[in-house]
Design a protein around this ligand. Structure first.
Ligand code: GLA
Length: 404
C-alpha cells in the first residue's frame, strides 16, 4: 500500500534523526511485512513482569527468584509462562551500536539468565522502546531495530515489550512495523507486545504487526485514582468499553499488568481485578514478588476456573451489557456455547444483583448449570435469572452452561 510505504519511510527517517543511531543496510530495505505474524499467542499471554513491583530496581537475582517461584509455586502449572524484564536492564551501546547489559545489576549477562529461565521450562521476555531512549532513560531501539532484534534472537528472547517514550513525531504504525519486521527476520519466534498506551488507536492498525497492544497508560496498585501518569484499576477498566470487537487470538487488547499481591488493594478488590482482566481476555502478567507471596495472592493468581475464562479458545473479549449506578454486568461468550458473567459492585455497600437470560440472549425457559468460579458452588437447572449478594468492590463471577 502506497500510503503505508510512505508512512514507513517517514517514520524511519525521523527515528534515525532522533536516535542518532548508525544507519545500517537494513534501514534501506522495503518496509513491508512479508513474513506472516507467527502464531504465538492463540490465547492471551500469562507470565510475570518486573515493572509493577521493582521498576528500575531490577536485578538478576530477583529475576532468578521469580523464575524459581513460578516453576515451584503452582503458577507454571496454572499456565504462567513468560518471565519478562521490563525497563532498566540496558546500560549503553558499544562503538558498533550493540546494546550493552547493565552488568552491575545483571553480572552473569543476559544469555546466562535467559538460559536459566529456559531451564525451568519457562519463556523469557525483554523490554525496549521505539524512541531514542526508554521511559527510564536507557538506550532505546530507534535506528537499531534490526541489530537489537538479532541480538534478542541470539540471546533466546521469546517476547519483546516495545514502549513509546522519546519517539517525538514518529508515526506509531510505522515505528512498530519496523520492529515487527526486524523480529520476523531475526531467526527466532518472538512475541511483539506493543506499548504505546492506546494513544494512536492501536486497535485500528496493530493486529497485523503485534500480538497485543496496550489500550491505556499505566496501572498503579489502587482501586481508583491517579498518580502521575498512572491510574487505578477501575479507571483502567473504564477505558476498555467497546474494545472487544478488535481483540482475538494473536491480537489482544492489553489493559496493563496485574497488581494482585502488591498490597494496595483488598483481597476482594484483587479478586475483582483478576476476574475482570480474565473477562477482558487480558494478558495475565503478574506484577508482584512471586518469591514472597502469601497464600491468598497465590489462590487468586491460580484460580483455574477464572484462568480458563481468560484463555478460552474462542478468544472473544467481554463487554459490559448493563450498568446502573455502581452496579455492572459484564458478559463473555465462550467456545461451545457457554458464557462467563461477572456481576460487579463498585459501591460502598453490598448489593443484590442478578442477570437475566434475556440479557444474555438465552431463552428464559432454558435450564442452565451455573458455576460460581470463586466459591466453586455449582447450581443446576437454573431458569430465567441468576444472582446473589455482591460484596462492596466485589464480583460474583460465574460460568453458565446450557443443560440439554
Ligand atoms: C512505560 C510503560 C510501563 C513501563 C515503563 C518503564 O511507562 O507503559 O509499562 O514499561 O514505561 O519505564
Amino acid at each position: 500500500m502506497k500510503t503505508t510505504a510512505w508512512l514507513l519511510a517517514a517514520g524511519l527517517s525521523v527515528g534515525l534523526c532522533m536516535g542518532g543511531g548508525v544507519v545500517t543496510a537494513q534501514a534501506h530495505e522495503t518496509l513491508k511485512l512479508e513474513a506472516p505474524k507467527p502464531n504465538l499467542l492463540p490465547a492471551p499471554p500469562m507470565g510475570w513482569n518486573s515493572w509493577n513491583k521493582y521498576a528500575c530496581n531490577i536485578t538478576e537475582d530477583v529475576v532468578r527468584k521469580q523464575a524459581d517461584a513460578m516453576a515451584a509455586s503452582g503458577l507454571k502449572d496454572a499456565g504462567y509462562q513468560y518471565i519478562v524484564i521490563d525497563d532498566c536492564w540496558q546500560k549503553s551501546r558499544d562503538a558498533d551500536g550493540n546494546i550493552q547489559v547493565d552488568l552491575e545489576r545483571f553480572p552473569s549477562g543476559m544469555k546466562a539468565l535467559i538460559d536459566y529461565v529456559h531451564s525451568k521450562g519457562l519463556k523469557f521476555g525483554l523490554y525496549s522502546d521505539a524512541g531514542s531512549l526508554t521511559c527510564g532513560g536507557r538506550p532505546g531501539s530507534a535506528g537499531h531495530e534490526f541489530q537489537d532484534a538479532r541480538q534478542y534472537a541470539r540471546w533466546g528472547v521469546d517476547y519483546l515489550k516495545y514502549d513509546w517514550c522519546y519517539t517525538g513525531t514518529r508515526d506509531a504504525e510505522a515505528a512498530y512495523t519496523i520492529m515487527a519486521k526486524a523480529l520476523r527476520e531475526s531467526g527466532r519466534d518472538i512475541v511483539l507486545s506493543i506499548c504505546e498506551w492506546g494513544d494512536n488507536y492501536p486497535q485500528r492498525w496493530a493486529a497485523p504487526i503485534g500480538h497485543l497492544w496496550r489500550t491505556t497508560g499505566d496501572i498503579y496498585d489502587a482501586w481508583e485514582g491517579k498518580k502521575g501518569y498512572s491510574i487505578g484499576m477501575v479507571n483502567i477498566l473504564d477505558k476498555q468499553l467497546d474494545l472487544w470487537r478488535y481483540s482475538g487470538p494473536n491480537r489482544w487488547n492489553d489493559p496493563d499488568m496485574l497488581e494482585v499481591g502488591n498490597g494496595g488493594m483488598t483481597s476482594t478488590e484483587y479478586e475483582s481485578h483478576f476476574s475482570l482482566w480474565a473477562m477482558l481476555a487480558a494478558p495475565l502478567i503478574a506484577g508482584n514478588d512471586l518469591s514472597a507471596m502469601d497464600a491468598d495472592t497465590l489462590r487468586i493468581l491460580t484460580n483455574k476456573d477464572v484462568i480458563a475464562i481468560d484463555q478460552d479458545p474462542l478468544g472473544q473479549q467481554a463487554n459490559r451489557i448493563w450498568k446502573e449506578g455502581d452496579l455492572e454486568i459484564w458478559a463473555r461468550p465462550l467456545k461451545g456455547g457457554d458464557q462467563a458473567v461477572v456481576l460487579f459492585n463498585r459501591g460502598a455497600a453490598p448489593a443484590e444483583m442478578s442477570v437475566t437470560w434475556e440479557q444474555l440472549n438465552l431463552p428464559a425457559g432454558l435450564k442452565v448449570q451455573v458455576k460460581d468460579l470463586w466459591s466453586k458452588k455449582v447450581t443446576k437447572n437454573v431458569k430465567a435469572r441468576f444472582g446473589g449478594t455482591v460484596a462492596s468492590h466485589g464480583v460474583i463471577m460465574v460460568r453458565l452452561t446450557p443443560m440439554v
